[in-house]
Design a protein around this ligand. Structure first.
Ligand SMILES: *[C@@H]1O[C@H](CO)[C@@H](O)[C@H](O)[C@H]1NC(C)=O
Ligand SMILES: *[C@@H]1O[C@H](CO)[C@@H](O)[C@H](O)[C@H]1NC(C)=O
Ligand SMILES: *[C@@H]1O[C@H](CO)[C@@H](O)[C@H](O)[C@H]1NC(C)=O
Ligand SMILES: *[C@@H]1O[C@H](CO)[C@@H](O)[C@H](O)[C@H]1NC(C)=O
Ligand SMILES: *[C@@H]1O[C@H](CO)[C@@H](O)[C@H](O)[C@H]1NC(C)=O
Ligand SMILES: *[C@@H]1O[C@H](CO)[C@@H](O)[C@H](O)[C@H]1NC(C)=O
Length: 431
């Protein structure tokens, strides 16, 4: 039995009586997720195309659907009266995904040398490719395509630092992969570490870095402890992490999914030295609010807004409840090849209470924070998660695990190239 399966199976048994199914799903998910986080990230073993034998009949059907979607899009966009993108005016949360076969991602999971196997879906055997050709079109404006040269120019002489959890790493890797191919090998470098990774574009004197801090605030589980039941959050302190953020010119944060284990969160004020007695157990939104306020206070008291820009990526939707979009329960995002087309679709994997905590905290800050509000647009993309084309415990899922998506499909992280490329398109438009 795999690394991820055993603890989740135990949890399923002991909690089934008490907890709502969706919570169980979240717990199962977070174990799978945690297991993913601790896997070897830098191995580039060639993929064994386990699913090579998948039928071609399906491809034919998919192509027809594609043509139809493209036709519909043409009809819908004969008159395009949208404005040029303007960060002040354009609400990127409202819009639609438009299929365009001629859109090609700027990289592939084979061309980009820095991609984690966790996100390398095609290399890991994914055989349907429509998910690579959707473009987000905001209602009110046209979003410029990602221009790597422009990105590098804007970053000249600067230090850009992504801070957060594995979804932020998902976004960071997407950003790197979209620009790195334009730079000659001797003019770039990459140092990947467990906590901090640094990509350098030497000619531009620019660095694009990632710093691992899944809760932003300190916890005893950032690196070593796997079991969510043993987690204690130090909700009143970011100092251990934030000393690594000082001096950056652009800081891009996120935090969400680690708060959503389904358990109440053990939170602590003061020192860990008080032992484990001094903690309170709080519901996720309450703990989240205290933690985010601690982060906000650090920003407001430390950051000079004339020198440093702050970004915050809103929560990335989790797609583990397939009945949310009318599928059989338990399949999660497995086998999905198209986005949900229903306007304003919202799944249970995106907690509105947690969303409103972010709204409330950011509103009260002195230092302006640019919100990358990617939640609604990502909400539609049930087709774009790593699903079974991922790894567990440092190796690819085996056939048996692939046949059991209920337990093993990763419907939290995203394939790359994929949806985080769109987040970065929006990010660059605001930069
Ligand atoms: C599809 O993308 C191509 C290439 O970028 C572009 O020229 C074309 O206008 C797009 N089509 C639609 C319908 O948006
Ligand atoms: C490179 O950027 C750093 C700040 O990130 C700055 O201190 C340094 O002077 C720059 N060097 C050159 C050669 O521009
Ligand atoms: C930022 O710049 C503005 C205008 O130049 C100035 O009034 C303000 O004091 C500066 N703020 C800080 C924190 O340096
Ligand atoms: C997944 O999709 C394939 C092709 O459409 C289909 O044959 C298969 O039954 C699906 N699997 C499940 C579990 O729905
Ligand atoms: C999931 O969403 C449905 C409505 O779509 C709602 O009735 C239900 O309470 C939600 N469940 C949870 C656990 O949030
Ligand atoms: C993000 O967009 C959603 C709508 O999709 C909205 O409800 C929410 O308030 C926005 N969040 C922030 C922080 O702007």
């Amino acid at each position: 039995m795999s690394f991820a399966a055993s603890p989740s199976t135990i949890m399923m048994k002991s909690y089934r009586g008490k907890l709502h199914l969706s919570i169980i799903t979240v717990i199962v998910c977070s174990f799978a997720f945690l297991a993913l986080l601790y896997t070897e990230r830098l191995s580039f073993l060639s993929s064994n195309s386990i699913l090579k034998s998948q039928s071609c009949a399906k491809r034919g059907a998919v192509t027809k659907a594609k043509d139809k979607a493209a036709e519909e899009n043409l009809e819908n966009h004969e008159i395009d009266d949208r404005f040029e993108f303007d960060a002040e005016e354009c609400n990127i949360a409202h819009g639609m995904w438009v299929f365009n076969r001629s859109i090609k991602p700027l990289y592939t999971d084979r061309s980009c040398p820095y991609l984690d196997r966790q996100f390398s879906c095609v290399k890991n055997g994914r055989l349907d490719f429509d998910y690579l050709h959707w473009e987000w079109q905001p209602e009110d404006c046209s979003l410029p395509r990602f221009n790597p040269e422009l990105a590098l120019k804007k970053l000249r002489g600067k230090r850009l630092l992504f801070v957060g959890d594995s979804l932020q790493r998902n976004q960071w890797e997407s950003f790197i992969c979209m620009i790195e191919w334009t730079i000659a090998p001797e003019k770039k470098s990459m140092k990947q570490g467990k906590v901090r990774s640094v990509f350098k574009a030497k000619e531009y004197n620019a660095t694009i870095e990632f710093y691992w801090a899944p809760f932003l605030v300190e916890s005893n589980t950032d690196i070593d402890v796997l079991d969510p039941k043993k987690r204690i959050l130090k909700v009143d302190s970011v100092a251990k992490h934030s000393k690594h953020w000082e001096g950056a010119d652009i800081l891009a944060f996120n935090t969400y999914v680690w708060w959503m284990s389904g358990l109440r969160l053990k939170t602590l004020w003061g020192s860990f030295a008080n032992g484990e007695d001094g903690f309170a157990e709080l519901d996720a939104p309450v703990a989240y609010k205290i933690g985010l306020k601690t982060w906000a206070n650090w920003i407001d008291s430390t950051i000079n807004p004339n020198k440093t820009r702050i970004f915050f990526t809103t929560l990335s939707p989790v797609h583990t409840r397939s009945e949310d979009w009318g599928r059989e329960d338990g399949l999660k995002c497995f086998n999905e090849t198209k986005p949900v087309m229903k306007k304003k679709f919202w799944g249970n994997g995106s907690d509105k209470k947690m969303m409103s905590v972010v709204d409330g905290v950011l509103k009260k800050m002195k230092v302006p924070v640019t919100v990358l509000n990617i939640t609604q647009l990502s909400q539609y993309r049930i087709d774009a998660h790593s699903s079974i084309y991922t790894e567990t415990g440092g190796r690819l899922l085996n056939d048996e695990e692939k046949a059991d998506p209920r337990r093993h499909a990763d419907c939290i992280h995203w394939c790359l190239p994929g949806v985080p490329d769109t987040w970065n398109q929006i990010f660059l438009a605001h930069l």
